[in-house]
Structure formats: structure tokens, C-alpha cells
Design a protein around this ligand. Sequence first.
Ligand SMILES: Cc1cc2nc3c(=O)[nH]c(=O)nc-3n(C[C@H](O)[C@H](O)[C@H](O)COP(=O)(O)OP(=O)(O)OC[C@H]3O[C@@H](n4cnc5c(N)ncnc54)[C@H](O)[C@@H]3O)c2cc1C
Ligand code: FES
Length: 256
Amino acid sequence: MKDCLGTVISNEFLSDRYYLIRLKCDEIASTIKEGQFVLFRCSDGNDPLLRRPFSVYRYFPQSGEIEFAYLLKGRGTELMTRLKQGDKVEILGPLGNYFEIGESTTGIAVLGRGVGIASVAVLAEKAAKENLYSLAILSGRNPGSVIGKDFLTEAGCEVVGLNDEEGTSGIDGIRDILTDRIEKGLIQQIYSCGSNRMGKLVKDLSIKYNLDSYISFEEHMACGIGVCKGCTCMTKDGYKTVCHDGPVFGIGEVDL
Ligand SMILES: Cc1cc2nc3c(=O)[nH]c(=O)nc-3n(C[C@H](O)[C@H](O)[C@H](O)COP(=O)(O)OP(=O)(O)OC[C@H]3O[C@@H](n4cnc5c(N)ncnc54)[C@H](O)[C@@H]3O)c2cc1C
Ligand code: FES
């Protein structure tokens, strides 16, 4: 973990309330892993005081570049939208644990809902690039909030985009798709972020089909390094911190 200074390469509106910021930051781009996050200082001053956590959306070790997809939510992200090419940004990272794909795994599914897509998309891309079967089920409030479809399709993932507005994001439909791919032997691991409802589905299917699955949490954070205990979640071994013990937990480990 390092406190680094990144340089903004671009910062663009994506769709709905989502933006994409691309930074040059060799130290983080060369060490971060799928599912890890950074704490981002959104302004030069002390307002807001706390840095904001963002998961790596994509990273490019060779060019030292890293991308974060972020939802315009409150004060911190509003300030982030104002950053422009050449601006310097303090980022602390990489933080937390990360998603791992088992050695015998031949196919995975990722389930992302809303900002949760930003955490799991990078894993789906990695799996497809390693020639594993990679299913990305991406869900949001409306078509514009389902980000990542373009680059995941290009990477070779099977991408299913679902949204509430068009009535396609129901949990039964997601269960049917996953069950079909599991029973065809395509998937041995599922990774989920952004929805407890989807997390519960992953847990049910993982128990039924004996899958090795994981969930990533996005709790409010303050210190981001396991000290303040402001981001705890209940696990079968008691309370754990999302920032330090997570954000990735085995699906059987956590209460959903
Ligand atoms: C591991 C992790 C990864 C994430 N990855 C992404 C991502 O890739 N993309 C994305 O868009 N979002 C992500 N998020 C969520 C993102 O951090 C928040 O949306 C962002 O902090 C909002 O900041 P804001 O100032 O705009 O919003 P605000 O809501 O104004 O501020 C949020 C911050 O205020 C404080 N806060 C507000 N309410 C509470 C409360 N009830 N209890 C305690 N503290 C509170 C916390 O410090 C919190 O971080 C992630 C969160 C986590 C924990
Ligand atoms: S944010 Fe302080 S312990 Fe996690």
C-alpha cells in the first residue's frame, strides 16, 4: 500500500450518473489486483475530509494507467467530476484483498449491480482474456446505469445487461441464466457485488451446486486500513472489517 500522486489523463461522463476517470499512476497500476480499491482524495483541501473508496475498474500495468468508474453521488464525487487532464490526485492503495480464480476453474460468472459493476467487471475481463468462459450479468436501474458492456463484449465475455426500467432485472431471470450455464458445466465460480438479493442467489446456487463463490461489499469507510472499525460486517467468525479483511468474502462466510 502506498500514498501516491496520480495524474488525470481523462475524466468523462459515461452514461446515466456514471463517470470514468483515467489516471497515470505507475505504482498502483503495476500492483493492484482485481477487486482491490483505493482511497481517493477528492479535493486539495479538507472538504471533504475523508477520502472516498473506489474499486479498480480497469488497469494497464504496461502504460501505468488505471481507470475508476464512479457514480455521481454526493460532495466527494461531485468534486471528482471537476478534475481535468493534468490535475494531480492523491490516492492511497491498493487496499483490501482481491478476487482469485481457482486453478482448476474453466469458467466464471460475475454479477454486478449499479456501482457494483465497477468492482467485478475487471475480473470478467481478466477471465475472458485468459480464455476462460466468462459470463457478466450486469444490472442497473435503467439501461444507462449498466456500464461496461462494450469492453467486456470486446474481451470475449458473454454479457447480459438487465435493468429495472425495462423490467428485465428480476432475480428469477438471473437464476435461470446461471442455472443453465452451471448445468452445462460452464461455470465453477461466481463473484458478486452491489446487491444483497443477487448475493443471496449466489449463496443458494453455490450451496446447491457446490461452487466456490465470493461477494464484495461496499460499506461506508473512514480510515480504509482496518483501524477505525467503521466498516464492519458480520461473518461466521464474528465481525470483520470490509476495508482490511475484505472487501471480498467467501459467500459461505457472510450473513446476507
Ligand atoms: C470498497 C469500495 C469500493 C467502491 N467502489 C466504487 C466504485 O468503483 N465506483 C463508485 O461509484 N462507488 C464505489 N464505492 C462507493 C463510493 O465510495 C461512494 O459512492 C462514495 O464514497 C460517495 O462519495 P460522495 O462524497 O460523493 O457521497 P456522500 O454520500 O456525500 O459521501 C459518502 C461518504 O460520506 C460518509 N458517509 C455518508 N453517509 C454515511 C453513513 N451513513 N455512515 C457513515 N459514513 C457516511 C462516508 O465517509 C462515505 O464514504 C465503493 C465503496 C467501497 C467501500
Ligand atoms: S474504514 Fe476504518 S476499519 Fe474500515
